[in-house]
Design a protein around this ligand. Structure first.
Ligand code: G3I
Length: 364
């Protein structure tokens, strides 16, 4: 009995949520924590040190992360620009701190990203050399970074965004493609597996769940089929899903996830956020937009559960914790509120939508 009276206060204090219940009232339950509703990782991308909004510097952020999420991704801090300040230097201090925090709090960490054409160190963008030089550089980077974190991370985005949005989609003209040719892809996956045999290896890309048509995913799947035929290691596809409330349609998502599932590969929704102001019409987030966004989160999560069987669910990660952290306003030059918490750390209806989505399909 005593415990029953105390419970609302315990829940409130341990979750960071303010719930309107006094000990005399009927016990009011806090909204269920997302991770508790899923048998696969529910993740969030977070800034790490030395960014001013680092998870490691903010008890407010930590309280939200502790409660709702089981998986963490460094939004920027494991990209090459930050791990490789100089050609011969690997700098792991801040990334290690995230991994240590995650371990201490029972969270897993997904690595993002070993190979990309953006956020490269300046010295690399100015480097000249032959194919062998760049192959050696890529090999050393993957061996050292994936080797450093071996046993600590559950998965890696090995290569990010290697194909173009054109019809037909083709290899993106990157420093890696220009200097090594298409073979850099296979090299990256083989090196990653050798350096960390237990981490799941993903290919990650945007607009492949239908928004710009199926041709880009088709090109990626050609690579996957070739890898599978030749035993080049790959475990799954990361669908970034920086989406809005209309596109892609749920049918397009289903079709795209299904193509990966049919190959026996895992599907991660790796960078989910739901824009509500793509036409720059709104100066503030209105209740109507919040409701639309809530529904959209619920629909996306439900579609994932309906289409991806339990053993192929690599997880769902949202790309940022609060609307104040989101990359979208800066990149798209508009106000927007795409995430689950507002800039003051309050849960938005979107969080309930995500939870509803997770509860919409019976757990096995
Ligand atoms: O670190 C510098 C800082 O020294 C400088 O003063 C400041 C001035 O603008 O810029 C800082 O760098 C910024 C960096 O984030 C770290 O904060 C860059 O300008 C900014 O462009 C960069 O944005 C990141 C973006 O990737 C880079 O393309 C976003 O935070 C990050 O959310 C975004 O994440 C990507 C995924 O990795 C891949 N998929 C798409 C996704 C969204 O674009």
């Amino acid at each position: 009995m005593f415990l029953r009276f105390l419970l609302p206060w315990i829940v409130c204090c341990s979750t960071g949520y303010v719930i309107a219940a006094s000990p005399k009232e009927e016990a009011t339950t806090a909204p269920p924590a997302l991770q508790a509703l899923a048998d696969f990782p529910i993740g969030v991308a977070v800034p790490i040190d030395p960014w001013p909004n680092s998870l490691l510097k903010s008890s407010g952020r930590q309280a939200l992360v502790e409660r709702d999420f089981g998986s963490l991704t460094a939004e920027n801090g494991m990209k090459m620009a930050y791990l490789r300040p100089a050609p011969g230097v690997f700098f792991f201090l801040y990334a290690d701190a995230l991994v240590a925090w995650a371990k201490q709090h029972g969270k897993v960490v997904h690595g993002h990203t070993l190979v990309w054409h953006k956020q490269l160190p300046e010295w690399l963008t100015k480097m000249e050399g032959d194919a062998e030089t760049f192959r050696g550089l890529l090999q050393r980077h993957i061996r050292t970074v994936a080797g450093h974190f071996a046993g600590e991370l559950v998965s890696w985005d090995v290569v990010n965004e290697a194909f173009t949005d054109d019809t037909p989609s083709t290899y993106r003209d990157t420093v890696w493609y220009r200097n090594i040719g298409p073979a850099y892809l296979e090299l990256a996956y083989r090196e990653a597996r050798a350096a960390d045999p237990h981490a799941e290896l993903y290919y990650n890309d945007y607009d492949i769940s239908g928004a710009i048509g199926p041709q880009k995913l088709g090109r990626i799947l050609e690579m996957v089929d070739d890898f599978l035929a030749r035993q080049v290691p790959i475990d799954g596809i990361g669908f970034q899903m920086h989406i809005d409330t209309d596109r892609p349609t749920l049918a397009q998502m289903r079709e795209a996830f299904g193509k990966v599932v049919r190959r026996g590969l895992k599907v991660r929704i790796s960078e989910l956020d739901v824009s509500v102001n793509q036409d720059k019409k709104y100066p503030t987030l209105t209740p109507a937009l919040e409701a639309l966004q809530k529904q959209r989160y619920a629909d996306v999560v439900r579609t994932y559960l309906e289409t991806v069987p339990p053993k192929l669910r690599g997880g769902i990660t949202v790309w940022g914790l609060t609307d104040g952290d989101s990359w979208i306003p800066g990149f798209k030059n508009r106000a927007d509120w795409p995430l689950l918490f507002d800039a003051e750390y309050h849960a938005k209806p979107a969080l309930d939508g995500f939870a509803e989505g997770l509860q919409s399909v019976q757990r096995p």
